[in-house]
Design a protein around this ligand. Sequence first.
Ligand code: GDL
Length: 694
Amino acid sequence: MSKPGTDGGPSQSGARRFISGVVEGFYGRPWTMEQRTDLFKREQKWGLNTYLYAPKDDYKHRMYWRDLYSAEEAEQLIALISAAQQHDVEFIYAISPGLDVTFSNPKEVAALKRKLDQVRSFGCRSFSLLFDDIETEMCPADKQAFSSFAHAQVAITNAVYQHLGEPETFLFCPTDYCAAFCTPSVSQSSYLHTVGEKLLPGIDILWTGPKVVSHKISVESIEEVSSVLKRAPVIWDNIHANDYDPQRLFLGPFKDRPTELIPKLRGVLTNPNCEFYPNFVAIHTLATWCKATTEGGQRDVEMGDEEQDPCYSPQRALIMALTDWLQEFMSTDQPGARLRKEASDEEPMQTDMGESAYVPGPGENRLYTAEPLTLDDLKLLSELFYLPYEYGPTARTMLQELDWLRNHSPAATEQTDKTAEWCSRAQQFDDMCEAVVQMFNRLSNAPNRSILYDLYNYICDIKSGVGLARAYVKTLGGQGQPSAQLMNNDPEPWGFRGGLSGEFQRMLPCHGNRDLFRHPPTTAVYCIRPYCPDDKMEVQRIFREMQRAGEGKVPLMTQPPRICDGLSAGEVSPSPHCALVLEDDTGMCGYALALTDAKPAAAKIQRAVGDSMFEDFPSLVTMQVLPRVTDPSPAKRMIGQLLSSIRSSGSRGAFCELRQSDRRMLDFYTKLGSFKPINTAGLPQDIIAMGTGL
Ligand code: GDL
């Protein structure tokens, strides 16, 4: 017997139930039929009611969407749909024809109907058409037939929906499925307006929030999109999706979606990690969230924390999930697997072979034993693999501590010896690393091998990463061999991780704004010294090299000159005590020059700069550092020294001129914090001036 409303129909009270559950909507290897059946059991147990079948790389879901299922496939799907029904889970079959469908061709519409009719004959009653991740340019035939892409999609969706008898549940995924994809904005998107107005009202619309992977989803953002779509959306939540990065896995709680959203939404489906078993936390915590208002929720949150949701605590939901997950780790999932008991005080165990187990004699090696996994191990695991926008508290502490140890090591501070604080923090860091290793050992010993195998690559990866960091700290403290793993010229493959993609990333100036390790470990020794006339040629060489590198599409000759160019080119001499050069072991790699009074140099290139600008910022600085210097500290020190010389000359302020295309320098000055953009007339279009008071 099914509960009211779980077959997709309205509940007895007449209200449509809140759609909650899982969308298998990621790229990569789809889950197995057995895993999906397992999912239905969990969903039923945890009070979730829906499963959306949408595995991107399943041939007949997307690439070969026209092809009907074979007898063997049909048998499997029939069994799956029936398993969902048995567990009170609504099975929604999704199809993604958008890669190559011609919307205006009746044969194509017929092919789609034929395919969905076949799935209906398998017992499926709920359907979905997905148009995510496709080309937005229509083919000429469709351009002729439809006034826009939205009109084309709406026409086919409405036709199929009606053909299927207007099913109670029918979902549509737009091509602009998050705010970031809408042009120019959600409220002004003509695509979304057309969908909202023309899509039949019984069809629900999927939406991923402000972004594809949304950090937070606010009530206001949902109110905005609902008014355009003319219905409450179903959230397709990618917060736990990991198909875009092979090194990431998300084991943190469902988070940053206020429970106030629940009455404003038609539902929430999570599109989680590709690996089935590690999704325990993602799905369990979503279930807790969905229950938050419907069943009274948890209203005992500490008073005074405005940020907290009164009905849902992610931390508490996480502990509940991990406590249940621990039980699952402990259950043996494979025939023949067993928990090894302490051999010394036990009767010999029977093996599958029927032989008596080996018992070591006196003086022989004891049998390998590992301690059982603990809840703390799972908490640590979750904190290391938390959420896309947030590491767990322990992971954050480890990163901060490593950063501190690096910046306060004897080498970095030019002290001769470590301080007591450094030693104690290094020891604490080492203990944290050891806890990761111990967690790895206990996980590897867990009886449930299916969960372990899904986690294995990730935990191995983090164990190695932590091991490298640990060895590095030992090196900083003067223990261990620096050459062993870190500075070896012929390292083992695990010493340079990430393959070709890793190589590319390491060559980029920054690994994206989420990079918590902004400064790569400094292994080079730099020297900053005063400039002397013999350095002129080298300074010119660096200047030219950097100009060529930044030339891009605009030829150098046609770019307007900057006041500082004459300084770098040696045509104007720097003011006394206002010139520095940077050297590493291969020679000069940077310079910083200044003019305490920039007016004559501006006049020389006939730059008409307002007098007020020179009043506030009479001095000019310029700096270049070759890309091989990846550590920003030498550049910061040069600028610092230069500004202090300028200040002692009595100047009130200094400015620099940067080309708009020079992202590296713009980034450098912006991050310094003291330099701010100056709005001044007379600047050529391509040039940005930034100034600082002294
Ligand atoms: C997407 C895809 C989804 C993928 C996810 C994360 C939607 C609607 N579509 O854009 O298949 O798993 O990103 O990479 O989210």
